[in-house]
Design a protein around this ligand. Structure first.
Ligand SMILES: Nc1ncnc2c1ncn2[C@@H]1O[C@H](COP(=O)(O)OP(=O)(O)O)[C@@H](O)[C@H]1O
Ligand SMILES: [Mg+2]
Length: 300
């Protein structure tokens, strides 16, 4: 069974089609990275599936049931924009208020559980206003986790976090996913997303451009040898002839050769042409590059 199945979702604001016939499939247990340019319709899609905005058309099923069913709604945790917290209240008291709003029983126990999950056990007494951005984002996730949701919807939760904040967030989401919670996370920090996502959906102009698993992305992102020499054009032409595909990366000034081994390329260039290689390494196309290429193809 899939956690989320969206068919032909449309959401219009006046003349504007923010979401335009979007399809999306998120398997249970996935960490689904939802990617797209600003204004492409990510937040609107998320708001529709969480019941925060009424769709103009289409079908949304969560765990095999219509998304409007009460029983389904109880299993969704949401963080869209920042959590509504009182700055002068402690983290604990903010959590208590949220738990009361939700009408949760065993509130203290539940709050301890979720604060532990987001690595905030020691910070319950801190005033919200004194928390770092990373802590505030994790409190938002703790809010969303009250009541043990089976699906967590997070809209850009890692924006503005420092390296440590990112690392903790990564650990938290991976742990939750390991416990069977499905996570839908939108972000444009693709380097981070790539470290945790098991599935991806790329949206453009309100339509799903591509959905794939991390394995499929991996297969679509070839490895290459990157090297630097003084005679860049000449070297590129030689490698192009020998290996079939060699490009110059304008930004780094490196030559990229696909389908080759670093050591073999260096020996070949020096042995046959006396070309010395100053730097050489093996690398792989990143999600970021894959995404940029996909967007550029779409514009042609
Ligand atoms: N409440 C709204 N009223 C009018 N237009 C909106 C509203 N919310 C979003 N939009 C428009 O819908 C499009 C998609 O927005 P959004 O879903 O926020 O994109 P994303 O989250 O991918 O940046 C944008 O063009 C945005 O300006
Ligand atoms: Mg958004």
């Amino acid at each position: 069974m899939n956690a989320i199945e969206i068919r032909n979702l449309t959401k219009t604001f006046g003349e504007k089609r923010a979401v335009d016939g979007l399809n999306m499939t998120v398997p249970q247990g996935a960490i689904y990275g939802f990617i797209g340019e600003n204004g492409s319709g990510k937040s609107t899609t998320e708001k529709c599936l969480c019941g925060l905005l009424p769709p103009s058309g289409g079908e949304i099923r969560l765990f095999g049931k219509d998304y409007r069913e009460e029983e389904v709604r109880a299993h969704i945790g949401v963080l869209i924009e920042s959590p509504g917290c009182f700055p002068n209240y402690s983290v604990w008291n903010n959590m208590k208020l949220q738990a009361a709003n939700l009408g949760l029983g065993h509130a203290d126990e539940e709050i301890r559980r979720v604060l532990h999950l987001v690595r905030m056990d020691g910070a319950a007494g801190n005033k919200f206003k004194n928390c770092s951005l990373g802590m505030k984002q994790r409190i938002g996730i703790a809010f969303a986790l009250l009541g043990s949701p089976r699906l967590l919807v997070l809209d850009e939760p890692i924006n503005g976090l420092d390296a440590d904040g990112m690392r903790i967030m990564r650990e938290v989401l991976t742990e939750l996913s390991g416990k069977g919670c499905t996570v839908l996370i939108s972000s444009h920090i693709l380097g981070e997303l790539e470290k945790i996502a098991t599935h991806y959906g790329i949206i453009r102009g309100g339509k799903m451009l591509k959905e794939m698993t991390a394995e499929q992305l991996n297969a679509d992102c070839p490895t290459y040898v990157a090297l630097k020499t003084d005679e860049i054009e000449k070297t590129r032409d030689i490698l192009q002839r020998t290996y079939g595909r060699a490009d110059i990366d304008e930004q780094t000034g490196e030559i990229r050769v696909y389908g080759a081994y670093a050591e073999e390329v260096a020996k070949y260039l020096f042995g046959n042409f006396g070309i010395a290689v100053s730097e050489i390494r093996t690398a792989k196309i990143s999600l970021e590059e894959y995404y940029i290429n996909l967007m550029q193809e779409g514009r042609k």
